[in-house]
Ligand binder design. Structure first.
Ligand SMILES: [Fe+2]
Ligand SMILES: [Fe+2]
Length: 382
């Protein structure tokens, strides 16, 4: 009796750790044939995606020498019907055992999205899982066969970011796959990074906060154009500046702890400013976006530092003059920012420091240093 398996995924893009995963599944469950189903994604689901044609091509290149893997075509997430696919396969292979392979991290969504009982009538649901989540999974999903395995899986989002930043991806993609990606300009460049960040920001913020992030992104882009800074970097930094704004204190403290970041005393007693630092760590260490310009602008958008670069000043001000802002001086500050960026920062700092003085709040040393430096520069110029 043949053991036939089905494995569906977004494959955005398919990578070698997924192939390794399938090879292990084949071995563990004695599978004879694996049918891959790459799913087409709509731009509504995810902006940074590629066409089904390119997904199929990359799958084909990824499985080149593995003749037990076949590709099933023509599926979109909208009309995707796993029961129908399994039934068809059963029809064609009456004497075979059917298996549905599920990615371990997808199990929790899988059981919500699909009728597990109905699937189980036709096929066994199987997976292999990294040791660290194995016990949790077996408890949570008793009717799914799970075998532990040490896997070095790469998250597709991380891989897309690596491609966008032109990093070495040879560990995850074969040479022909990389060639196809490069020749067709898939995932490459800052535009792709922006799309990725757009989805990340949307996922991590409320509707209102996300709108604010987009307005800041737009304001930052305009200022960057005016002050000859990289407009794409400004768009990305503006978009991501508040990505951690709505996270709990505990969540942010965890990020600091995991990445050995020590808050200064003034920072520690003011959780309102934590999200800038947490955002910078999240982007650089967790997402792998190591563009210094962007990271520092996100980091210092809440508490400026003495030697603010023009780019950092742009994000700092864009956050205060974005279209969604309504406060007394905003129109004035918008005009000032267009005329003189330093004056706009001085004006904002005067407001911030003033209100902190009024309520007996602490003022961080770098903020005072930043203010002093700008004032001294101005006096020296005059
Ligand atoms: Fe902020
Ligand atoms: Fe903001």
């Amino acid at each position: 009796m043949k053991n036939i398996a089905v494995y569906f995924a977004n494959f955005n893009p398919i990578n070698l750790t997924q192939i390794e995963f399938l090879q292990m599944a084949k071995k563990e469950y004695s599978l004879d044939e694996i049918n891959l189903i790459p799913l087409e994604q709509s731009r509504k689901e995810i902006l940074n995606t590629i066409s089904i044609k390119d997904k199929l091509k990359l799958c084909e290149l990824a499985i080149k020498k593995l003749n037990y893997i076949k590709i099933l075509e023509n599926n979109t997430t909208e009309n995707f019907n796993i029961l129908k696919i399994l039934k068809n396969l059963k029809e064609q292979n009456k004497d075979s055992n059917l298996f549905l392979i599920v990615w371990p991290y997808f199990l929790q969504y899988f059981v919500k999205l699909f009728d597990v009982e109905k699937v189980l009538e036709i096929a066994k649901i199987i997976t292999i899982s990294p040791f660290k989540i194995f016990n949790k999974l077996t408890e949570e999903f008793p009717n799914i066969l799970i075998k532990p395995f040490e896997l070095n899986l790469i998250n597709s989002k991380k891989l897309r970011i690596m491609l966008a930043l032109n990093k070495d991806c040879s560990e995850f993609l074969t040479k022909p796959m990389l060639k196809h990606i490069k020749e067709n300009k898939l995932y490459y460049g800052k535009e792709s990074l922006y799309l990725e960040c757009y989805d990340i920001c949307k996922k991590n913020t409320s509707f209102k906060r996300f709108a604010h992030c987009n307005f800041v992104s737009k304001a930052a882009e305009e200022l960057a154009k005016q002050y000859n800074e990289n407009t794409m970097d400004a768009k990305i930094a503006g978009l991501m500046h508040d990505v951690m704004k709505e996270k709990t204190k505990k969540y942010m403290l965890n990020i600091f702890k995991n990445h050995n970041f020590k808050l200064s005393r003034t920072e520690a007693i003011n959780p309102k400013v934590w999200h800038g630092i947490a955002g910078a760590i999240y982007m650089e260490k967790i997402l792998g976006i190591d563009i210094k310009n962007i990271i520092n602008a996100v980091k210092y958008h809440t508490v400026p530092r003495k030697d603010m670069t023009t780019f950092e000043k742009i994000i700092f001000i864009a956050d205060r003059i974005s279209k969604d802002r309504i406060y007394k001086d905003v129109v004035f500050l918008r005009k000032l920012a267009k005329k003189n960026l330093d004056e706009a920062v001085i004006y904002s700092l005067k407001n911030t420091i003033g209100s902190l003085l009024k309520k007996e709040g602490t003022i961080s040393t770098p903020t005072v240093e930043c203010y002093n430096k700008l004032i001294l520069n101005k006096k020296w110029r005059n």
